[in-house]
Write a protein that binds this ligand. Structure first.
Ligand code: DGL
Length: 280
């Protein structure tokens, strides 16, 4: 795709996730910016990304971003921590200048760490995330650029995404793994007073986390933070805002079967939607 001199045709905002997790971000974005149009793309055929290598996550994410560009999006949000951790920087630095320097891809990690100072008194923050996000070290690296005095401790939770995708997140099986991950995290740092859910699936498992987490520890979900940050971004960039259509319409696309997507998306969105299957 090359930049064109023709009049730019505005399009929806693209919201990408490896599967369903980005729906928790989309929901919050729509609360803050209901008038905009959105295309949600879930790469359900290749989910989970959380246990895959850097190269694979980068390649899959780039394909999905390109697809959203082809579908008319000028702005794409990687509503997936794993993709934000492993692919965002390469896409921004190496691919966008070649594909079209006027398009933008934003992630969820930077806006989340920007507000860390507002959530912690002890300056000890815990992060629950996928193994891929934890291995990338993106949270501590990004956080320390802004708040070098805040200690970040991460805990990989490889079982949580499969439990959520199988609608087992409120079961006794989920309780076993959640207790184990909480214990591990607090053993690493007992002074943690806030925990960031660094995976877009995790808001669904909050009731189980809350059952076992000491009440003094706050749980921070990303949806609202990312939504507020996107609104501010568009206020600061009226040239990008002008490229976003505003009819209040959301379309859903999946790389897997539509029946499966519609069924599982209803667990995340609490409503039935229509979806289309696409190949990349
Ligand atoms: N939604 C992804 C994230 O936020 C995790 C799901 C996956 O492993 O693909 O990291």
């Amino acid at each position: 795709m090359k930049p064109s001199n023709e009049a730019i045709k505005p399009g929806p905002i693209g919201i990408f996730d490896s599967g369903y997790g980005g729906l928790t971000i989309l929901e919050e974005i729509r609360k803050v910016m209901p008038g905009y149009d959105y295309i949600y793309l879930g790469d359900n055929a290749r989910t989970p990304y959380g246990t895959r290598s850097f190269d694979v996550v980068y390649q899959y994410t780039l394909e999905c971003v390109n697809k959203l560009f082809e579908m008319g999006c000028h702005l794409v949000i990687l509503a997936c921590n794993t993709a934000s951790a492993k692919a965002l920087r390469s896409i921004q630095q190496n691919d966008l200048p070649r594909i079209d320097p006027c398009r933008r891809v934003l992630g969820v990690i930077r806006p989340t760490v920007e507000m860390l100072d507002q959530v912690t008194q002890t300056k000890h923050v815990g992060i629950f995330a996928t193994p891929g996000t934890v291995q990338s070290d993106s949270y501590p690296i990004e956080a320390h650029k802004i708040f070098p005095d805040i200690r970040i401790t991460t805990e990989a939770c490889p079982m949580w995404v499969p439990l959520i995708e199988n609608n087992e997140h409120l079961s006794e099986g989920a309780a076993y793994f959640v207790q184990q991950n909480i214990r591990n995290l607090l053993k690493k740092d007992a002074q943690i007073d806030s925990i960031i859910l660094g995976c877009t699936h995790y808001p669904l498992i909050v009731p189980t986390i809350r059952r076992y987490l000491p009440t003094r520890i706050k749980i921070i979900s990303q949806g609202e933070i990312v939504a507020r940050s996107l609104k501010l971004y568009l206020e600061r960039h009226p040239e990008m805002d002008a490229k976003c259509t505003k009819n209040g319409v959301t379309s859903y696309f999946t790389t897997e079967s539509t029946e499966k997507f519609i069924h599982s998306a209803s667990i995340f969105l609490h409503t039935r939607i229509k979806a289309e299957r696409i190949s990349l």
